[in-house]
Design a protein around this ligand. Structure first.
Ligand SMILES: NC(=O)c1ccc[n+]([C@@H]2O[C@H](COP(=O)([O-])OP(=O)(O)OC[C@H]3O[C@@H](n4cnc5c(N)ncnc54)[C@H](O)[C@@H]3O)[C@@H](O)[C@H]2O)c1
Length: 381
């Protein structure tokens, strides 16, 4: 495998996870970084021994030594920077959500079409949990019969109090959505990935349960629970709760709820797929287990075991059973899939989320917001 030089833009909460994952890949060089906060960028470059710390995005993209760029900036910046990365002839690994509007997504897909020599992925990393892959392989093999119902939630508690704040609540930085774009997109990607169904119709109830929050005058890092002493009270623009009914292109139905107001839940991404013969349920807080529901026999648990996983799921596990794997490992797995795809000459259907997959999720987010606003079913084109 040729060692590719990787650069990362945006070194906040998720940027740091990208640094660690790229280091763990082994077959990529973490070559350079840029963050709008130069102090952060310099400190992280030094701490992690990254050779280059650029002064601007333009400088980073003009460096012929950089082969691939990870975009880990806040959502509103994804579109512009993603276009720049592809136009500069670099492979693109973008954070989710892809962008904030369907029109932006379509524009990026057009830019990508002019660069068939480049790969582009969006970081819907839950796909690469070995037992999510196992669920997909077994559904494809017909183990639960026809998929009829999909249900679940993605619950967090980091916006529980009115003293909690994030740029995700602001339209100017996050686009028109917080909970749906941030965590609902992960839920929808995961269920569409495992079932092969596409969500095509939605009926939603979207709400900003905490309408006024105390915004700290100095921004804090995502997911930290520091009570600000210096703040201003602001009207919240984006939702912290949503419930969605949906229908799929293959005739299944589903329902899910997302919120950051559910005390005790860190990252409770869970989904159950109910088929005509059996059911599967997975929850990322106990990610080494896959629940199998039976009508007449005993229910059972599949515990991650590299020796018995399906070949496609086995690719994303490395530790022996009993040594728990987790979020970081699946996160690294998504990058591994991306760089392996590049190394293989961009052949075949990638298992990571493509720009088209991510564009559909942006369209779904728009449809969910519209459905709630107009109190009606909305079809997703
Ligand atoms: N895949 C996942 O599971 C996952 C998890 C968390 C966040 N994310 C995504 O990652 C993105 C970033 O989220 P975060 O939580 O890391 O945010 P964050 O606020 O912690 O970090 C954002 C970083 O981008 C930097 N930045 C801002 N403007 C910039 C610019 N113009 N150029 C360069 N750097 C700039 C900031 O200084 C900051 O360091 C979001 O789109 C979010 O949806 C994905």
């Amino acid at each position: 495998m040729k060692k590719l030089n990787v650069a990362i833009i945006g070194l906040g909460y998720i940027g740091e996870s990208h640094i660690e994952a790229v280091h763990r890949l082994g077959f990529c060089n973490l070559y350079g970084v840029f963050d709008a906060n130069m102090e952060t960028a310099k400190a992280k470059a030094e701490y992690y021994g990254i050779p280059k710390c650029y002064n601007s995005i333009d400088e980073l993209l003009a460096d012929p030594n950089v082969d691939a760029v990870h975009n880990c900036t806040p959502t509103m910046l994804h579109h512009k920077i993603n276009c720049q990365i592809l136009e500069a002839g670099k492979h693109l690994f973008s954070e989710k959500p892809l962008c904030t509007t369907k029109a932006e997504a379509e524009e990026l897909i057009q830019v990508k079409a002019k660069h068939p020599e480049l790969a582009a992925a969006v970081n819907f990393n839950y796909r690469m949990n070995p037992l999510v892959g196992e669920m997909k392989a077994r559904i494809e093999a017909g183990e639960i019969g026809d998929v009829r119902i999909m249900q679940g939630s993605y619950l967090q508690d980091w916006l529980l109090y009115d003293t909690d704040y994030s740029w995700r609540l602001e339209k100017a930085v996050s686009g028109d959505s917080c909970a749906i774009a941030d965590i609902g997109s992960h839920w929808m990607d995961a269920v569409q990935y495992v079932t092969g169904h596409k969500i095509v119709k939605v009926l939603a109830d979207v709400e900003t349960v905490i309408p006024v929050r105390k915004k700290p005058t100095k921004a804090n890092l995502t997911f930290t629970s520091v009570v600000p002493t210096d703040f201003e009270e602001v009207q919240v623009e984006n939702e912290d709760y949503a419930a969605v009914l949906f229908k799929t292109d293959k005739g299944a139905r589903g329902v899910f709820c997302v919120s950051e107001l559910c005390a005790g839940h860190g990252c409770y991404l869970n989904f159950e797929i109910d088929g005509s013969k059996a059911a599967f349920m997975w929850n990322q807080e106990e990610n080494d287990r896959l629940w199998v529901g039976s009508r007449n026999g005993d229910n059972s648990l599949i515990i991650r075991n590299p020796n018995s996983l399906s070949p496609s799921a086995k690719e994303f596990t490395s530790l022996a059973k009993g040594h728990p794997e987790g979020w970081n490992d699946a996160f690294k797995g998504n990058m591994w899939a991306f760089y392996k795809f590049i190394d293989g000459g961009l052949q075949g259907t990638p298992c990571f989320a493509t720009l088209e997959d991510a564009a559909h999720l942006v369209a779904l987010t728009e449809a969910i917001l519209l459905s709630s606003k107009e109190e009606r079913w909305v079809e997703v084109k």
